[in-house]
Design a protein around this ligand. Structure first.
Ligand code: ATP
Ligand code: MG
Ligand code: FE
Length: 340
C-alpha cells in the first residue's frame, strides 16, 4: 500500500510517501530561519508556517513520487509529542484528506517515527533492536521488539535533551541556532581532551542521561575565561563538550544492547546527524560486535517520510485506524505507537 505521512510537530512541515520500506518522496519545509533570532522555536510562528507550507509541501511530495492524491491507500500523521498548535495543523490536514479520500487515518508517535525511518535506508529493522533516540526534545534508549506494537523505554534524560544541550552551549559560544551543526563543525578544529567536562550519570547503572550539569560546566568555563581575560578556544570547548555528550550516549547505548542481549543498535533523531557521535558509535559497536544503523542525516531530522514509514508498519500490523476525532497529544509517551 501507498502511505502518505504528514509531520508538523515542531518547526518542519514534512510530507513523505512510502511503500513498505521504499521511500518514494520526502519534502520538508522548515521555519527554522524564522526562529533563529529568538534562539529557539516560537510556537505561534511555527503554527502559522505549517499552515502556509502544508498544501504546497503535499503537492511537491506527490509530484516527486509521480502519484496522485487518489492513489494514497492510508494516511499517517504525527499526533504527538510536540507543540500543540503545530501538531493541530498536521492532524487537521490529515483528517481532511482522510475524509475526502475515504482512506484510513493513523495518528502515530513522532519519536517512534524517528526510529522507523531507518527502514527506508537499511531495510526492515532486526527484531529486537535497541534504539538511541537523540533529538531536540528527547534523549531516550528504547528496546524495540516491534515498531508497531512493542516499544519499551529503557532510559531517558532526567533534564535537558542532547539536542537542547547543543543548542544552549552554542548560545554560550555565540554560535548560531540550531547549535548542533555549528558545534559539530567547530569541534573538528578543536582538541576534545583540552578540557575534561563532566559525564552526567556515567556508570550509574541506569540508562538515563543528564546534560544540565555539563551545560553549567561549559557556562562556568566561558565565564572564567572572560573573567581571567584568557582567550577562549571555541573549537576546544566545542570538541570537549561534544566528547562528553557522545561518550555517555554511546557507552549507555552499547551497555543497553549487552544487558538485553541485543546485537543491533539504531541511532536516530536530529543529533544522530552529528559526525563525532556517528564515528564513536561505529568504533564502540564494532568492538562490541553490535551492528550499527544510522540513517543519513537528512532522514535523522524531522520529515514526513519517517511518519509514512511508521504508518506502513502500523498498516502491515493490521492495527485499527484512528477515528476522525483523533486528538493531538503534546506528551504522547514513546511506548504508545498509535495515539488515542
Ligand atoms: P523531538 O523529535 O524530540 O520532538 P525535534 O524534532 O525538534 O525534537 P530533531 O529535529 O529531531 O528534534 O533534532 C533537532 C536537534 O538536532 C537540534 O537540537 C539540533 O541542534 C540537533 N542537531 C542537528 N544536527 C546536529 C549535529 N550535526 N550535531 C549535533 N546536533 C545536531
Ligand atoms: Mg526542527
Ligand atoms: Fe523530531
Amino acid at each position: 500500500p501507498l502511505i502518505l505521512g504528514i509531520e508538523s510537530s515542531c518547526d518542519e512541515t514534512g510530507v513523505g510517501l512510502v511503500r513498505g520500506c521504499e521511500l518514494l518522496s520526502d519534502q520538508v519545509a522548515s521555519s527554522v530561519a524564522e526562529h533563529a533570532r529568538f534562539g529557539g522555536v516560537v510556537p505561534e510562528v511555527a503554527s502559522r508556517a505549517h499552515l502556509e507550507a502544508m498544501t504546497p509541501t503535499l503537492h511537491r511530495a506527490l509530484d516527486g513520487a509521480g502519484v496522485k492524491l487518489a492513489d494514497v491507500d492510508a494516511i499517517a500523521v504525527t499526533a504527538g509529542p510536540g507543540l500543540a498548535g503545530a501538531l493541530l495543523v498536521g492532524v487537521s490536514a490529515a483528517k481532511a484528506y482522510a475524509l475526502a479520500l475515504d482512506k484510513p487515518l493513523y495518528g502515530v508517535n513522532h519519536l517512534v517515527g524517528h526510529v522507523a525511518v531507518d527502514q527506508l535506508e537499511h531495510g526492515p529493522l532486526p527484531k529486537p533492536t535497541v534504539a538511541l533516540l537523540v533529538s531536540g526534545g528527547h534523549t531516550s534508549l528504547l528496546l524495540v521488539r516491534d515498531l508497531a506494537t512493542d516499544v519499551r523505554l529503557l532510559g531517558d534524560t532526567v533534564d535537558d535533551a542532547a539536542g537542547e544541550a547543543y543548542d544552549k552551549v552554542a548560545r554560550l559560544l555565540d554560535l548560531p541556532y540550531p547549535g548542533g551543526p555549528p558545534i559539530d563543525r567547530a569541534a573538528r578544529e578543536g582538541d576534545p581532551s583540552a578540557i575534561r567536562f563532566p559525564r552526567g550519570k556515567w556508570g550509574d547503572g541506569t540508562y538515563d542521561f543528564s546534560f544540565s550539569g555539563l551545560k553549567t560546566a561549559v557556562a562556568r568555563w566561558v565565564e572564567e575565561s572572560e573573567r581571567s581575560g584568557s582567550p577562549l578556544s571555541v573549537p576546544d570547548v566545542a570538541a570537549a563538550f561534544q566528547e562528553a555528550v557522545v561518550d555517555v550516549l554511546t557507552r549507555k547505548a552499547v551497555d543497553a544492547c549487552r544487558a538485553h542481549g541485543v546485537e543491533h543498535l539504531v541511532i536516530s533523531g536530529g543529533v544522530a546527524a552529528n559526525s563525532r557521535l556517528r564515528a564513536l558509535a561505529e568504533e564502540r559497536c564494532a568492538r562490541a560486535g553490535i551492528e550499527l544503523r544510522v540513517p543519513r542525516p537528512r532522514l535523522c531530522t524531522d520529515n514526513g517520510a519517517m511518519i509514512a514509514a511508521l504508518g506502513a508498519e502500523v498498516v502491515a500490523a493490521g492495527l485499527p485506524p484512528s477515528t476522525l476525532d483523533l486528538a493531538t497529544d503534546t506528551s504522547l509517551p514513546v511506548s504508545q505507537v498509535l495515539a488515542g
